[in-house]
Ligand binder design. Sequence first.
Ligand code: BTN
Length: 258
Amino acid sequence: MADLLDRALVERRLRTRYLGRNLLYLDTTSSTQDVARAEAERGGPVGTAVLAEEQTAGRGRLGRAWVSPAGKNIYVTLVMRPPAPKLRVLSIVSPLAIAEALEGIGLAPRLKWPNDVLVGGRKIAGILIETELSGDAVKYALVGIGLNVNFDVEATPEIADIATSVRRELGRDASREELLAALLNAFEARYEQALEGDAVFQAWRSRLETLGRRVRATLGERVEEGVAEDVDAEGNLLVRRDDGSLAVVEAGDVTLSA
Ligand code: BTN
């Protein structure tokens, strides 16, 4: 029987005004994205957090699955409603908040563009952002975060080489409650800051492992290869091709070369 999350402990550690204050805690669900979407459609408040112990159909970016065993990790979706011109801040704030929560327990995470969180070169957390627009306005954005906490990744051969968990990195179990509260606290603080200025952008940029590396960026049929030179103010990746021209990559998947 897996350990259940102590919800009261999360609430005691929360320092947020709205994020996670409406917390829906589920034992098992298909995907927290689906539950959060229904909540958002019903007009659920900004900052609603849907958390599950287990997902039976957890999804990742680009149609991939997200391995979601019971009682080990954090699977949470946040309902946000940023102004449309600020939608991109979610892709910056989310990995940064995860990184800051992990730094708080002594890890040294790096970010892989667009928004993976790595420790020791392996993925410890992933983010899936689904947006619903109404004309030009944002109806809601669903920020899905999967963070491997006490997961025995090495016992899961299909991802053992590419994924890690807090437990693997620290050599001991960690408190999911502490991490979740730290993540929500950092997320709200950074989100509010990001709506104001660009300090958050710099904090995100400085943790990007991708910069200066040779990359292969794919988005559907489009493939860009070269050196990831920088990110622009919108968070797009700037790839210097071998012929010297510059490619602006807005989204997609990036493979790092040595
Ligand atoms: C990725 O790196 O591909 C994104 C993974 C996102 C996983 C989280 S877990 C909570 C939320 N519910 C889902 O089904 N997916 C996201």
